[in-house]
Design a protein around this ligand. Structure first.
Ligand code: NAP
Length: 282
């Protein structure tokens, strides 16, 4: 990580569970100074290297960077209290899956910029994938947010929120799907007589090694498959099951689709709630 990369002071995490914690872990692993970070979470569970408080009232002066790290369903519980602590110099980075930038802007009308970030959990080991999106961030803000997430792995700016949602469905949720696949591979190894411990290591390292090789060489998946599966061989017999009538492709497409539908549902709920608020305050 660049020695000059610094978090704005103060930086707040409002909610810091699985994903917020993974981001902080990645920054810490990269040697980032976490001194500017205040975490606000109801449990008060300490996040190493940060100042952790339970109430916004104890968080201190308005943050330059405010990361929303709570569940989308909590937005309307948190927003009214948080709004008064943010200033025209605050950049809000929302991690909330499915909640559009306009819905966040609706809750925090006076802040400098809203950036949506959809990282996946491997940011904890600085091998994450993060999709970014903003309509109102200037070049300086985009550079800052880009640098902060690039320190945690691969980062890309999306041109619209449909594409951002696609990153969330594939890379964000994808970590869970890949974990399921590794588990399934491991279970199959146990059925073939290996101990659960050895099976788990072999399955995990096979997936890691395949991805690592492809990332290192740029080789396509088709090319890797051709190098492993000789005609009429054992791997080809296995592939005929995975490929049979699009079995794996259809299963993955249906899986991603289910996540995308839920994302659209969350976006509709957040939009309906912000419209209701607009009507109340009009
Ligand atoms: N997990 C992923 O892979 C992933 C990927 C992309 C995006 N996201 C998004 O990231 C966000 C967080 O997800 P997560 O998996 O990290 O959830 P999580 O582990 O349940 O963490 C939620 C955090 O919110 C805090 N919280 C709850 N009520 C709060 C309140 N009233 N005020 C302030 N903080 C409050 C919790 O505090 P305590 O710890 O004190 O209970 C906790 O730290 C979600 O919006 C999700 O859509 C997650």
């Amino acid at each position: 990580m660049s020695g000059t990369l610094q978090l704005p002071a103060p930086t707040w995490f409002i909610g810091c569970g699985n994903l917020g914690g993974a981001i902080v872990d990645g920054w810490r692993a990269g040697g980032m100074d976490l001194g500017p970070v205040t975490v606000i979470r109801p449990s008060g569970k300490q996040v190493e290297g940060t100042r952790t408080v339970t109430r916004l009232a104890d968080a201190g002066p308005p943050p330059k960077l405010a990361v929303l790290g709570f569940k989308p369903q909590k937005l309307d519980e948190v927003a009214p209290g948080l709004r008064q602590h943010l200033s025209a110099k605050t950049v809000v980075v929302s991690l909330l899956v499915g909640v559009e930038a306009a819905s966040i802007r609706q809750r925090f009308p006076g802040v400098q910029a809203i950036v949506r970030a959809l990282p996946n959990i491997p940011v904890a080991v600085r091998r994450g994938v993060t999709g970014l999106y903003s309509v109102d961030a200037d070049q300086g803000v985009r550079q800052l947010v880009n640098d902060l997430f690039s320190a945690l792995g691969f980062t890309m700016w999306m041109t619209d929120e449909v594409k951002l949602a696609a990153v969330g469905s594939v890379a964000g949720a994808g970590t869970a799907y890949v974990a399921r696949f590794i588990d399934a591979l491991s279970k199959a190894a146990v059925q073939r007589g290996l101990s659960p411990e050895i099976a788990a290591i072999i399955a995990r390292e096979t997936v890691l090694g395949t991805g690592w090789m492809a990332a290192g060489t740029g080789e396509t998946m088709d090319s890797i498959i051709r190098r492993v599966a000789s005609p009429k061989g054992t791997t080809e017999a296995g592939l005929s099951v995975l490929d049979g009538e699009g079995a794996l492709d259809d299963l993955i497409a249906a899986t991603i689709n289910a996540a995308a539908l839920r994302g659209a549902e969350l976006a509709r709920e957040a939009k309906a709630a912000s419209l209701a608020e607009e009507t109340r305050t009009a």
